[in-house]
Design a protein around this ligand. Structure first.
Ligand code: GLP
Length: 241
């Protein structure tokens, strides 16, 4: 595991964006696994900036996002589908038909989960998976104490996750209780993983994930078993390490 220190959030974002840029430059038809949350915003901003300067081409890239809330339509301003269009997809030349986010509105969620796994397989797997980390140590929406070998599935969000994500909604009551998330299995099958973390509130969980026991109690700890993980974290997030 390669742990890269950055002094602050902007530097962390640039470093992580550099790694994604290198991936796309070296393999223009890359399959990128993409993440949401506040942490990757600076990464997307930086990629959009470099794209605007003519340095990047996403025309042959495919993307698969990690997760989506159950019950939020893609045009809901808090859905991850909306987030991705708003902050990234609509600002670069990735084909809309090449972008994928789980459908949290699907009438048959089990079928949707199966479709998503088949889709990832049909793309030949993920070349580079971008990950943030939740306060519970979750990656995607894989909450503590779930099996590591789960495929895409529906999850009930932990109260801590609902509380943490309530900042994006009018109140904690408005946060959906369920989500569809890519399973840890598909993430672990990605050729490379890029985990980003920023801020003191992530420091303890990041330290437990990178150096503690590998246990479903801390879902991100499984990353210790992946052969090619790069962690880019700012000084505050690395303050406990
Ligand atoms: C959500 C997402 C995760 C993300 C986490 C942390 O729960 N499902 O993919 O890593 O939030 O978000 P933030 O970066 O806002 O702290």
């Amino acid at each position: 595991m390669n742990i890269l220190w950055a002094p602050d959030y902007p530097a962390m974002s640039r470093k992580a964006a550099n790694i994604i840029s290198a991936q796309v430059i070296l393999k223009p038809d890359s399959v990128l696994g993409l993440a949401t949350g506040s942490t990757p915003l600076g990464v997307y901003r930086q990629l959009v900036d470099w794209y605007g300067k003519g340095d990047l081409d996403f025309s042959r890239v495919h993307s698969v996002n990690l997760d989506e809330y159950v019950g939020l339509p893609p045009d809901h301003s808090r859905s991850y589908s909306y987030y991705m269009r708003n902050y990234f997809f609509s600002h670069v030349n990735i084909g809309p038909e090449n972008t994928n986010v789980p459908d949290g509105m699907a009438a048959d969620l089990d079928a949707e989960c199966e479709r998503y796994d088949r889709l990832i397989e049909s793309l030949g797997g993920i070349d580079l998976q971008l990950l943030g980390i939740g306060s519970t140590g979750h990656i995607g929406f894989n909450e503590p104490n779930e099996d590591f070998d789960k495929k895409t599935h529906k999850v009930r969000l932990k109260q801590a996750t609902i509380d943490a994500n309530s900042r994006f909604f009018e109140s904690a009551d408005a946060v959906p209780r369920f989500a569809v998330t890519m399973g840890i299995k598909a993430m672990m099958q990605a050729k490379k993983i890029l985990l980003i973390a920023s801020g003191e509130e992530k420091a303890e969980v990041l330290c437990r994930s990178l150096f503690g026991p590998v246990t479903p109690e801390v879902p991100a700890s499984i990353l210790q078993m992946h052969p090619c993980v790069t962690v880019v974290a700012d000084d505050a997030a690395l303050s406990v390490v």
